[in-house]
Design a protein around this ligand. Structure first.
Ligand code: DGL
Length: 254
């Protein structure tokens, strides 16, 4: 048993889609979430810069005495995870490996930020479990700004969803599953599903990550007590008011 909180971070509000899944699966856990709004978006930054930003957040979460840290950001998982895991003693988990380990499809699509696609992290991770999978990857750089600017319901959004999804060539590539490789993207899930049709499965990395972390807590006897009611504490590196507004739109009241 361990009553400390779980630390979690993203460049902004995207990781809250992951936090939601954790809260549902682990109602007895406390969470400390950090949105790096001062440096958003990560997707067009260099790996060096992303590592620099993430390291500051990891130090902040360690100063809050968390029991483990979840990188609730695809871009940070793709670029900074290895560095952070090797440098810090605390348990740090990325959101790519657990998802990749579940993918058995022959033809898989991955949509994510530019930095994530450039890193080839998804390709490497999926091929380590499923070596013959054909993977089609497409960067969708406009999705994060659309979400952070609260334009999800805007009629222009479906235009950009169509543009990016067309690049996957779902029919000719026979794609049966698409990984939403950025934690912001579940907020566009409905629009994406409308575009790809009901027969293509959209992979929810938050849910898989939550199950994976719960298994880790159980295996290491690190769960909070069953009678404890979990809490969340949110932090942002800039403009906490806008961050709070976004969080509210995703169903978090602070
Ligand atoms: N949620 C981040 C991810 O999963 C967004 C990246 C960004 O800030 O561009 O990749």
């Amino acid at each position: 048993m361990n009553k400390k909180a779980i630390g979690m971070f993203d460049s902004g509000c995207g990781g809250l889609t992951v936090l939601k899944k954790y809260m549902k699966l682990m109602p007895n856990e406390d969470f400390i979430y950090f949105g790096d709004t001062a440096h958003l978006p990560y997707g067009d930054k260099s790996p060096e810069k992303i590592i620099e930003y993430c390291e500051e957040i990891v130090k902040f979460l360690i100063s809050k005495d968390v029991k483990m840290i979840i990188i609730a950001c695809g871009t940070a998982s793709a670029t900074a995870y290895e560095y952070l895991k090797n440098k810090y003693d605390i348990e740090i988990r990325n959101i790519i490996t657990p998802t990749a380990s579940t993918l058995t499809d022959k033809n898989i699509g991955v949509i994510a930020t530019k930095a994530t696609i450039k890193s080839k992290a998804w390709k490497k991770a999926i091929h380590s479990f499923n070596p013959t999978a054909n993977i089609t990857s497409v960067a969708c750089p406009l999705f994060v700004p659309i979400i952070e600017e609260c334009l999800i319901e805007n009629e222009g959004t479906s235009y950009f969803v169509k543009e990016y999804i067309n690049k996957l060539n779902i029919k000719s590539s026979n794609i049966s599953s698409i990984v939403l490789g950025c934690t912001h993207y579940p907020l566009l899930k409905q629009q994406i599903q409308n575009e790809v049709g009901a027969n293509v499965r959209l992979i929810d990395i938050g849910e898989i990550s939550a199950k994976d972390s719960l298994n880790y807590l159980i295996a290491n006897d690190l769960q909070n007590t069953p009678e404890h009611i979990g809490t969340i504490e949110l932090f942002a590196s800039d403009d906490f008011e806008s961050f709070k507004e976004n969080a509210k739109n995703i169903g978090f009241t602070i």
